[in-house]
Design a protein around this ligand. Structure first.
Ligand code: C6P
Length: 405
């Protein structure tokens, strides 16, 4: 059982007023709040240990390098990679997916090949593949989504063929909360010889993820959606694939030997980490992993599932509210529309009640089109949200409905 009161003390935004009011935060799918343990780790680096990594032999550089690299060890254990070198630091899931699309897809795809995604992808898992297709002559196909927000797996089976070389699917939809059957998807992708990438951006702070159990070839995620600093992210890749891929960016740190005629490249993971990395951010991400481990993902999931059920039931009390995304297996995201109110108006009014909701297409325009809505309002929940927060939201939404009727 999580001690929510104690957790809320770690996230000072849960109790500190901003311009006179405490804001109830329902936008954790955009970025989670940060616990003081993470902020302290970042501060400690800047105030006491600041220096560059992998370069100097002086004490500070050694300390920073050790702290930076210890995050890689923590992440190896966290998602259970076979080797620590399979963890590549990026600035976020977007960069991680671009890395695979640029490096792997552009190097190995040819005209006639196919990439299979789904209608519920974030733009970060659509556009890089479109660009790779333009450059290679490959074709992009998308698995449809049903009216509840589940992938239509029969259609997945039909679209998957010997032509499919890459399957790239979101683990948890940021716009609907649907949890996809990724283990089954990976296994099906492998049955036709395709590699499978998983966009786990919305999964890591809610579910236990084990890349060896899933057997995925690549996985992308962002540190800032799992209580870590912004500008941090990870690409996991199987060692044999990463080894045969060309570098994504070039410069310092990713080289072995440089002459004016030719350059040889560094070993993994450095081959894909050109230039000075986000040292403070990665150290903070290590503290975020410690924080999640301390709470336990099992307890987090149990608490969030209970809160999601409560919020779903209570929000349906609001006259005219329709939840968009009612898959059986969901993480703590509730997207909704309210009568014929534009979602921007809902969020603007909710903001007056000091409630932070997100509205818009959530960088998933093809999904909005499929669900026949221009946009939704979205409440995304995390471990620091409570039933009282949900009650406040429901009360505000009821008042908004009254105002417009
Ligand atoms: N979704 C949201 O409010 P970055 O921006 O690189 O950290 O993450 C991109 C990304 C990729 N995949 C999924 C499933 C995501 O949810 C996101 C980010 C935010 O839903 C911003 S649009």
């Amino acid at each position: 059982m999580l001690n929510i009161e104690k957790i809320r003390e770690d996230f000072c935004q849960c109790s500190n007023p901003f311009e006179g009011n405490v804001i109830t935060y329902f936008d954790s799918a955009a970025t989670t709040l940060k616990p003081k343990q993470v902020v302290d780790a970042v501060n400690n680096y800047y105030l006491a240990e600041c220096s560059n990594v992998h370069r100097g032999i002086h004490t500070l550089s050694e300390v920073s390098t050790n702290r930076f690299e210890s995050t890689r060890d923590k992440l190896q254990e966290f998602i259970n990679t076979k080797k620590r070198e399979e963890i590549i630091f990026t600035k976020g899931a977007t960069e991680a997916l671009n890395l695979v699309a640029s490096s792997y897809a552009e190097a190995f795809l040819k005209p006639g090949d196919e990439i299979l995604i789904s209608e519920m992808e974030h733009h970060s898992n659509i556009v890089p593949w479109q660009i790779a297709c333009e450059k290679t002559g490959a074709t992009l196909k998308a698995v449809p989504v049903d009216k509840n927000g589940d992938l239509v797996m029969e259609e997945f089976d039909k679209l998957l063929s010997e032509k499919t070389k890459i399957v790239s699917i979101v683990y948890v939809s940021n716009a609907l909360g649907t949890i996809n059957p990724v283990k089954e998807i990976v296994s099906k992708a492998h049955s036709v010889g395709a590699v499978c990438a998983i966009d786990a951006c919305q999964a890591l702070s809610h579910l236990k993820v084990d890349v060896q159990d899933l057997d995925c070839d690549f996985m992308a995620f962002s540190g800032h959606k799992m209580f870590g600093p912004t500008g941090t992210g990870v690409l996991y890749g199987k060692e044999e694939l990463l080894n045969k891929m060309p570098p994504y960016q070039s410069g310092g740190d990713m080289i072995d030997q440089v002459t004016l005629e030719k350059t040889t490249y560094n070993v993994l993971p450095h081959k894909f980490e050109a230039g000075t990395p986000n040292i403070a951010g990665v150290i903070g991400l290590g503290a975020a992993v410690d924080y999640i481990n301390e709470l336990g993902l099992g307890s987090i999931k149990e608490y969030e599932d209970g809160l999601l059920n409560y919020a779903t039931e209570r929000m349906l009390e609001v006259p005219g509210l329709r939840i968009i995304g009612t898959a059986k297996n969901k993480a703590s995201v509730i997207s909704f529309v309210l009568k014929d109110l534009h979602p921007h108006d809902i969020a603007t009014l909710a903001n007056k009640y000091h409630l932070a909701l997100r509205t818009g297409h959530h960088c998933a325009q093809p999904l909005m089109k499929r669900m026949n809505v221009p946009a939704t309002a979205r409440a995304s929940l995390s471990i620091y949200n409570t039933r009282e927060d949900v009650d406040k939201l429901v009360m505000a939404l009821k008042k908004i409905v009254e105002l417009f009727s």
